[in-house]
Design a protein around this ligand. Sequence first.
Ligand code: NAI
Length: 344
Amino acid sequence: MAALNRLQKIASHLDPPKTVKFKVAVLGAAGGIGQPLSMLLKMSPYISELSLYDVANTPGVAADISHMSTGARVKGYLGPAQLPAALTACQLVIIPAGVPRKPGMTRDDLFNINAGIVRGLVEAVATHCPSAWVAIISNPVNSTVPIAAEVLKKAGVFQPGRLFGVTTLDVVRAEAFVAELVGADPRDVSVPVVGGHAGITILPLLSQSRPPLPASMPLEQRKALMARIQDAGTEVVQAKAGAGSATLSMAYAAARFADSCLRAMSGEGPVTEYAYVAATAASSSVVPAGLPYFSSPLRLGRGGVEEVLPLGPLDALEAENLAAMKDELLGSIRKGVEFAAKGP
Ligand code: NAI
């Protein structure tokens, strides 16, 4: 108990009154990711108001989370009629709404259901909080982000530096697996992961791992580590045996991503984070040619992405993987753009 009190005291010092605070919405808040994510966000010193929206079960989730004795005010919103109120004046909208994978499914198998869900929710964002930063978790991220971009473009409110596909879980997994391998504390490990968020489009840059992987590590072992990071989602789907996909590690990853966004919005820059974003004229020299969306290291500031940072040097295996992913990533992007063009 004394230790808990001490922790609460420390937390209150981390929450100084001068901290700028924001209204944040979670759309899909009652789901496997939405619930633990909402709980973690309730502990954020940057959030004054937490809007929890879902088409089912939000009153219970909101009532439960609102009893946590942390700063953010929590409100639950249920069903489309309450979506405008959930979104009005939001600065950050996080979207984990949609169906997850079951064993044997790829992320692309989710397209038919999740594409329509994301389109509908982002249309509401465009109307009710057009300047908000939007973080998409719903899979297939490689396609749902282009769908969101097309919806925002159609509404005339697209800001490429404020729309993100959340790929943080790939980074988190890479850090955890490398830490296990080299015997380090995962908090001291950093591993860039770029590209997209499905199978071979996930490209861990193991050559840039800090601490570095042992120089003596055989190529086969390096390839196996890369494959484990790429397939880690399937590892969880299989272990859950029909009960869904990664939710707890994803909630942690999304809370970490949200924290980066909110720190950047507060002017606590520079904040570096990885995410899947649209290429722009300014990023054309650092993003692989011909890919209109790509996950890169980003420098975030008050207004969103301030700079897409270079990938750094790739070794031969990484360069080979980058070349091999291009067609698949481009296909997923096109599928999203075409879906959005067809309209509801
Ligand atoms: P879940 O089925 O447990 O929860 C989804 C929630 O979305 C449910 O509460 C459902 O009522 C809600 N929902 C459905 N339609 C909605 C709508 N129109 N508006 C608002 N809410 C709606 O699924 P889970 O496990 O939370 O996964 C959610 C999504 O996240 C899936 O698409 C999954 O593939 C994806 N995911 C993404 C990851 C990433 O790294 N980006 C990692 C893991 C999962």
